[in-house]
Design a protein around this ligand. Structure first.
Ligand code: ZN
Length: 413
């Protein structure tokens, strides 16, 4: 029976599904020939994940590129609960710069975007692979999008404030969390990666400034990966940037939770980190004001900070509630365009403005970025680009490894 089932498996996805359904299948007694057959199947379906990722990414081909957005910037925030952003209606002034950009007509906050997971590592996988969660694929069998930009002719610059390169060689293959910087993958993905982490996010901008003067290619994808509002919040902003204290925070949350003084002190630190983040993002935008540039800014996932329960961080409860989705999975997501960009690309500017209320999940982010660049390739799907006229709003948004339908939780709790 087992041999028959295994012989009918066509790919690694089906193999993993079978192991998930019938974990004991590996333990069943079988003949020597059966065992050999089984181990060969495992071997063929479960090679090193980095090996698969490298193979898929190295083989990725680009059909054409119009370079319609010469300069594309992706800012990846961290642990940002959009319900603590004044931009999204929070009563305290946590986002003065973003609000100014919105008033000037340069910034378009999207209202209905969620993250597929609440762990940085699994979100990073979803953000960088061309695979999406509602497809029957495994993410590391599908190319990573920066390789497509490189192949098309863009420079790809990565400024990451979360990664250390001090890993032993033998850690790499087990440590899929650092997949982006694996020595075999880096040359396929990035023209440049910053070597250092910094105490505060704004120091990444100095790294960018140094590289900026060295690069001659007019076509560029620049990625900033910030430390953002990651726990511990009090360490995410310099002391002179402190703006809120426990006294600034209302005793009762908007959800009606009565919070003690210590909880309000922690909330003040989170809101200070959010306000400092607003400054960092504003300074990144300053670098691109005079250029033909478009910026996509989102957080990897949200965070809870004593909003509806006496807890903060990200909890991995067995059941997902609407409250948990609201704070941990709903994320800030916005597109900024310089004045010059909006003049040069009125069609894209209009498409962005039209799209702000569309339901989106960020595992489809690479399709948006390829669309903005005008890159065409086998794995690009315009129905997954949130600003495209062919965008499909009916795609299910499946959260976590269990693939829980977000709509089902928040609309019909
Ligand atoms: Zn994270």
């Amino acid at each position: 029976m087992s041999a028959w089932k295994l012989s009918r498996i066509r790919n690694r996805y089906e193999f993993h599904q079978l192991l998930h359904r019938e974990p004991d299948i590996c333990l069943e007694r079988r003949s020597a020939l059966g065992r050999l057959f089984f181990s060969l199947r495992i071997e063929s379906f479960d090679r090193s994940r980095i090996g698969s990722l490298h193979e898929a990414t190295a083989a990725a081909a680009v059909d054409s590129c119009t370079f319609r957005s010469p300069e594309i910037v992706l800012i990846l925030g961290e642990s940002y609960d959009k319900h603590h952003a004044a931009l999204y209606g929070y009563p305290l002034p946590t986002t003065p710069r973003l609000l100014r950009e919105r008033s000037a007509g340069r910034l378009f906050p999207f209202t209905d975007v969620v993250s597929p997971a609440n762990l940085t590592v699994s979100v990073m996988q979803s953000l960088f692979t061309m695979a999406s969660r509602d497809q029957q694929t495994i993410w590391y069998d599908i190319p990573l999008f920066p390789a497509l930009f490189r192949r098309a002719g863009y420079d790809t610059l990565m400024f990451d404030n979360q990664t250390t390169f001090a890993l032993d060689d033998d850690v790499w293959d087990q440590e899929i969390g650092n997949f982006l910087y694996h020595p075999r993958l880096v040359p396929l993905l990035f023209t440049y990666c910053n070597p250092d982490r910094h105490r505060f996010d704004n120091e990444l901008i100095a790294d960018f400034d140094r590289q900026d003067t060295l690069r001659r290619n007019p076509f560029r994808l620049t990625i900033f990966h910030l430390m953002g509002q990651h726990i511990a919040y009090g360490e995410r902003f310099p002391a002179q940037e402190r703006y809120f204290t426990a006294d600034s925070i209302p005793e009762r949350s908007r959800e009606g939770l009565l919070r003690n003084r210590n909880e309000r002190r922690i909330i003040a630190d989170y809101d200070n980190a959010t306000r400092y983040n607003d400054r960092v993002v504003g300074e990144i935008l300053d670098r691109f004001r005079q250029r033909d540039a478009i910026v996509v800014y989102l957080s990897d996932h949200g965070e809870e900070v004593f909003d509806y329960a006496h807890r903060n961080g990200r909890l991995h409860d067995p059941t997902l509630t609407a409250d948990c989705c609201r704070h941990q999975y709903e994320i800030p997501f916005m597109i900024w365009m310089s004045d010059r960009y909006r003049q040069n690309h009125p069609d894209i500017a209009a498409a962005v403005a039209r799209s702000v209320d569309r339901p989106y999940m960020t595992d489809d982010l690479p399709h948006l970025l390829l669309d903005l660049a005008g890159i065409r390739c086998d794995c690009y799907d315009p129905t997954r680009s949130v600003v495209n006229e062919r965008f499909d709003p009916s795609r299910p948004r499946l959260l976590r490894e269990e693939k829980i339908d977000y709509e089902r939780i928040v609309r019909h709790p």
